[in-house]
Write a protein that binds this ligand. Structure first.
Ligand SMILES: [Zn+2]
Length: 341
């Protein structure tokens, strides 16, 4: 049912953009102000009233002349306009990586926008969550970007070896054991989480809502830094034993933790990761060992808001609709915990 609402929203928003009806809202506001200013204009007429008691009747010729003047016409125009504005539950806007944003110059792929949903519902809480469906940037694996903003080498291994100074702009991701590409499942999960977050009062920055979105990991991170209060990137691991969920925590390497923006963010990022794991645990998701593995990621290295890469399982984990819905509830619980702890 919620998805239907979202479709209506998207259609409404599309119509809004196409027809510039958003602009007409301003027109309505202006016409409202015309209405309110009308009584002010009529005040002088009211002032004339005291003079009427004796001679108002003979003054009828003057009254006759009133209909001749076009005065009534402007009064009627605002009367026709006061159609009550339907309040959309959410508004959506494209957000683009622009040159003025810190670290934007390190991004190699940013020819498409992300979508920022602003919640207008009564339960809105003002928090904005960046939901980043991992992978899904075609060609991203053949472009390289700098691992760290200061040019230092990676302090851990991973998909890019320790010591490297550049990494794939966006990796293509693994395939599940049944052949489903990881990017397909991360997108399914992200869309479910988006709807849950909106339903629960959050604003949501969606990095992608389609199979392919031309935004590399640095662009995604910089957008989250500027338009969200926290950033969760959704992934599944490439192992084969249904290992359970865990997050990529900020490496303990002192040099790494003293590099900006990591120095200002790492404690809150790790706390955010712990909250997500607690949320997942609360809905029965198996957790891998301690719930985290230290990893030097491009995302972490450029994040100035609490930011987590979460691995919700691996390539043999259940990724059916019910499993994804449960995981989304767990992530929501973790996000709620983060903002209340
Ligand atoms: Zn992944």
């Amino acid at each position: 049912m919620y998805k239907k609402n979202m479709k209506h929203l998207v259609l409404a928003l599309t119509a809004c953009f196409l027809l510039s009806s958003c602009g007409s809202k301003n027109a309505d506001i202006q016409s409202d102000s015309v209405i309110s200013s009308a009584p002010v204009t009529s005040v002088p007429v009211a002032t004339a009233v005291p003079e009427k008691p004796a001679e108002s009747v003979p003054a009828s010729p003057a009254a006759t002349s009133v209909p001749e003047t076009p005065a009534p016409a402007p009064t009627e125009i605002p009367t026709e306009t006061p159609t009550p504005e339907p309040t959309e539950p959410y508004t959506a806007a494209e957000v683009w990586l622009t040159d003025d944003l810190l670290y934007a110059s390190f991004s190699a792929i940013h020819s498409e926008p992300a979508i920022l949903y602003t919640n207008n519902q009564a339960n809105k809480n003002g928090h904005t969550v960046c939901v980043n469906a991992g992978h899904g940037t075609s060609g991203g694996e053949s472009v390289r970007t700098q691992c760290h903003p200061d040019g230092t080498p990676k302090v851990t291994g991973g998909s890019t070896a320790e010591g490297a100074t550049t990494a794939m702009a966006v990796a293509s991701g693994m395939d599940f054991a049944d052949g489903t590409p990881e990017r397909v499942v991360t997108l399914q999960e992200a869309l479910i989480l988006r709807d849950l977050l909106l339903e629960n009062g959050y604003n949501v920055l969606m990095i992608r809502e389609t199979d392919d979105r031309q935004l590399d990991n640095i662009a995604r991170t910089v957008l989250a830094n500027n338009y969200a209060d926290c950033h969760v990137a959704i992934h599944w691991d490439s192992t084969d034993y249904d290992k359970g969920a865990y997050y990529m925590s900020v490496p303990g390497d002192p040099t790494y933790r003293s590099m900006e923006p990591v120095a200002s963010t790492w404690e809150r990022s790790n706390h955010f990761g712990d909250c997500l794991i607690e949320g997942l645990r609360s809905v029965g998701t198996p957790i891998f060992e301690g719930g985290s593995i230290e990893m030097d990621l491009t995302q972490t290295s450029y994040s100035s808001v609490p930011s987590i890469d979460i691995e919700l399982g691996d390539r043999v984990s259940d990724h059916g609709d019910e499993a994804l819905a449960t995981l989304a509830r767990g992530l929501l619980a973790g996000i709620d915990l983060f903002f209340t702890s």
